[in-house]
Design a binder for this molecule. Structure first.
Ligand code: PLP
Ligand code: COI
Length: 339
């Protein structure tokens, strides 16, 4: 791929060679199919188009110094996809079929895995769609599981430089006991108005408060939230946030570097007491937060004034990336080598 500028890739779609598909019909999943088409031909009454029967995942593969390709915690993504599908009454794909499809789609598009030096990665986007035609509000009887890949750079333009986020109480991305814990398209549609408004005002993302009382910190539009106070890693527990695999991994890394971990409801007032704050997710990795502006109360919480990344965020980021790229041993069994 001579003509791709690997170290300056955006987080966007770049056409690759193949995608992998699998259909659920007559109560069972079929064989994996390989396609070179970017187009889907689906029924106009498919439930994904009308009633939001759609779920997706996001994971990454990394090329190491040793030339090997490593994929990060794909079993976790497989399980979360099952949970999301169950949450909106779609057929659940077995974990081993998911993993087989991930391996296959990476091998087929190997030439798009960015080289080690670039710091970029291959983003893997699995999705499940309700394909069966329905007009009444009920689950489809046919589904499509599909995976495509695209080489990506950082999700936020600032990369690992701290950026600002904002609080706006007029918007929720999910209901208190709604679909926030599932990775379903509707949550992201629900976040677009607030997300675009935040961007217009120069913010990287919205930091949502809990939708019931607006008393606790929930998460950002596309990533979980964590804060550091002294030697403590603090991250929200909530019924309206996505269980982030990156956050789960950082929790383990935090413990190994001697931090205490607190996963619990995080009152809004606590934002004033944090030393460091960040977003975390597959796309975002760790995106440090320089400042949280509460646009309703005209208040700011500042964590970084000079573009410097806090020491704990720095340490966690370095450790996570080292495991993902294979620079350091993987004591947790998180990476799978694709051969
Ligand atoms: N929260 C939301 C709403 C997300 O979309 C994502 C991205 O997947 C995350 C959190 C982070 O999850 P993960 O670390 O599994 O990518
Ligand atoms: C991810 O981190 O993989 C995401 O899915 C976040 C965003 C691109 C929706």
């Amino acid at each position: 791929m001579e003509n791709l500028n690997w170290s300056a890739l955006p987080f966007g779609y770049i056409k690759t060679d193949y995608n992998v598909r699998c259909y659920y019909r007559n109560g069972q999943w079929g064989e994996l199919e390989v396609s070179s088409s970017e187009i889907l031909n689906i029924h106009m009454a498919a439930t994904c188009l009308h009633y939001g029967q759609e779920s997706f995942e996001g994971l990454k593969a990394f090329k190491g110094k040793d030339g090997k390709i490593r994929v990060f915690r794909m079993d976790e993504n497989a399980k979360r996809l099952q949970s999301s599908c169950g949450g909106i009454k779609m057929a659940e794909l077995p974990v081993d079929r998911f993993e087989e499809a991930v391996r296959k789609v990476i091998r087929l598009n190997e030439r798009f895995v960015p080289p080690y030096e670039s710091g970029s990665a291959l983003y893997i986007r699995p999705l499940v769609l309700g394909l069966g035609a329905q007009v009444g509000v009920k689950p489809a009887d046919e589904y499509l599981f599909l995976i495509f890949v695209t080489p990506v750079g950082p999700y936020f333009k600032t990369g690992f430089k701290p950026s600002k986020v904002c609080i706006m109480r007029a918007y929720d991305r999910a209901a208190p006991h709604g679909t926030g814990t599932y990775k379903v398209g509707g949550n992201y549609a629900a976040s677009l108005v607030a997300g675009e408004k935040a961007k217009e005002h120069g913010y990287a993302a919205v930091l949502y408060l809990d939708p019931k009382e607006k008393k606790y910190v929930d998460e950002c539009g596309p990533a979980n939230f964590f804060g550091i106070r002294g030697k403590t890693y603090i991250t929200p527990a909530s019924t309206s946030i996505l269980p982030s695999i990156t956050n789960k991994s950082l929790i383990q890394l935090a413990e190994t570097i001697g931090l205490t971990v607190e996963r619990r409801p995080v009152p809004y007032e606590e934002l004033a007491t944090l030393d460091e704050a960040a977003e975390c997710g597959t796309a975002a990795v760790i995106a440090p937060i320089s400042q949280i502006d509460d646009l309703d109360e005209n208040k700011s919480f500042v964590y970084s004034k000079d573009g410097q990344v806090g020491p704990i965020c720095n340490q966690l980021y370095t450790k996570l990336r080292a495991i993902q790229y294979g620079d350091e041993p993987d004591p947790f069994g998180w990476v799978t080598i694709i051969d």
